[in-house]
Design a protein around this ligand. Structure first.
Ligand code: GLN
Length: 484
């Protein structure tokens, strides 16, 4: 059952070959049996899941079901879920029970999907290895000595190990695509504004974007159909007609112009990863696409710009955790200052503190023009690079991560090396563009992802390219041996 595609599961439910309650029980049992090896969940919610599954079965019986009614799903623990702990991977919110559902959660519930639980993540989504979680590191199902990537590593590990058919994640600088690559699953960061940020705990608001994670482009398209859409409660939500992201999946790639950025294939790219990408690109060429070398000359500035903008915005967003209104509060504060200082000092982990300090510095009077303003200007240049490129090509193809999954502990003491994990993913966030990572092969039995970046609102096109690749290859079907 766990190796069936989303479409097969949906058909099975609609044809009453199995019930949602059976499907839900089946995945809950897998979580129970396997998650001790992975630590991919922060909360598992069996009673609620079975109640929702029963309701979904009633809907199916009345023929009032939608395509994903009765399908289990997990949410990254950054999405608020009413009545359920929403920790964002932090001690600060370890005691926080969300009083409302995020729009994404509301939409999935309205579609009849069944929440199995909330997945582990780097604290406040800051990290590339899932080692920054208050709840402990997540392990990669392909090799439990390796990291799953971050910050949505709980979601991608759970999907890879078939503990859930699909999952949600968020991507501020690569946190859907990089862990998708490292766990061998498919993950999409939509165009900024496609998926509502309401109820998604804020890290860096001008970059944060929620998105779907599944095994294939088809699954991601089906889940995006549910997740995307205008939301008046999010002031940056895009107001445009609802689309069906499966529409173009089966179109031929004949005549598709693929851009290969010279800057994405140079120094710093692991040779094993480069080989895997070569083969994947040849496959796309055989499917009818033409290849064109392009330039994204400001690529080298993306990581430095991101590490001004993201910390600046996070220092502002995280100022709400003051020990007064919600979240962790220190014992016996002597006065208000002591309350603030100790609550924040005890509640936040090391990486979050580092970012708050960098951000506060960058925004302080006298430094604002030198750092934040300048970073904003360079961000525009990075966007312009893409606009130029999309005059010549339809889709940009390159690596998702410069290396295969690295070992747990390998980069924890070297933040700069860790930050470079996102060198190829960050530019799409800075420009607000949609981008997708799909499994493309292995290096030493560890997965490698291929990244596709598209122009604004070209999700359906990106998913078409990914689907065509997945019609010709089986990487997305590989199951980690210990979870088969
Ligand atoms: N790894 C990057 C960071 O630590 C990206 C995180 C994300 O996309 N949420 O900021």
């Amino acid at each position: 059952m766990h190796n069936k595609t989303l479409t097969e599961l949906s058909h099975a439910l609609h044809l009453r070959e199995c019930s949602s309650v059976e499907l839900t029980r089946y995945f809950l049992e897998r979580i129970e049996r396997y998650d001790a090896h992975l630590n991919s969940f922060i909360s598992v919610t069996p009673e609620m899941a079975l109640a929702k599954a029963t309701a979904a079965d009633e809907r199916l019986a009345k023929n009032e079901a939608e395509p994903l009614t009765g399908i289990p799903i997990v949410y990254k623990d950054i999405f608020c879920t009413k009545g359920i702990k929403t920790s964002c991977g932090s001690k600060m919110l370890d005691n926080f029970i969300a009083p409302y559902d995020a729009t994404v959660v509301e939409k999935c519930q309205a579609a009849g999907m069944v929440m199995l639980g909330k997945t582990n993540m780097d604290e406040f989504a800051m990290g590339s290895s899932n080692e920054n979680s208050f709840y402990g590191a997540v392990k990669n199902p392909w090799d439990t000595k390796a990291v799953p990537g971050g910050s949505s590593g709980g979601s991608t590990a759970a999907v890879a190990a078939r503990l859930t058919p699909v999952a949600t994640g968020t991507d501020t600088g690569g946190s859907i695509r990089q862990p998708a690559a490292l766990c061998g699953v498919t993950g999409l960061k939509p165009t900024y504004g496609q998926v509502s940020r309401y109820g998604m705990i804020a890290f860096a608001s001008s970059l944060d974007q929620g998105g779907p994670i599944g095994h294939s482009a088809e699954e991601v398209a089906l889940l995006l159909n549910v997740m995307a859409g205008f939301d008046e409660r999010d002031s940056t939500s895009l107001d445009h007609p609802q689309e069906d992201y499966t529409t173009y999946l089966n179109e031929s790639l004949k005549g598709l112009k693929i851009g290969l950025p010279k800057e994405y294939f140079g120094e710093g790219l692991d040779v094993g990863v480069a080989k895997v990408l070569d083969a994947a690109i040849k496959e796309l060429e055989q499917a009818g696409a033409t290849l064109h070398e392009i330039h994204l000359p400001q690529t080298h500035l993306a990581v430095p710009v991101y590490y001004i903008i993201a910390p600046a915005e996070c220092s502002s967003n995280l100022s709400r955790y003051d020990g007064v209104r919600f979240g962790h509060r220190c014992e016996n504060p002597t006065d208000l200052m002591d309350l603030y200082k100790r609550s924040r000092g005890e509640g936040f982990g090391g990486e979050v503190k580092r970012r708050i300090m960098i951000g506060t510095y960058a925004l302080s009077a006298g430094y604002y023009d030198a750092y934040y303003l300048k970073a904003g200007q360079i961000r525009r240049l990075i966007s312009n690079d893409f606009s130029q490129a999309f005059k010549q090509v339809d889709v940009i193809v390159g690596p998702t991560s410069p290396t295969p999954p690295f070992n747990l502990g390998e980069k924890v003491n070297d933040p700069v090396t860790m930050y470079l994990s996102d060198i190829y993913t960050i530019p799409a966030n800075l420009a607000g563009l949609p981008a997708l990572s799909i499994p493309a092969g292995f290096v030493n039995q560890r997965p490698v992802g291929l990244q596709l970046i598209g122009n604004y609102l070209s999700e359906a096109r990106l998913l078409n390219v990914a689907h065509q690749y997945q019609q010709r290859t089986d990487w997305h079907k590989s199951v980690p041996p210990n979870f088969a």
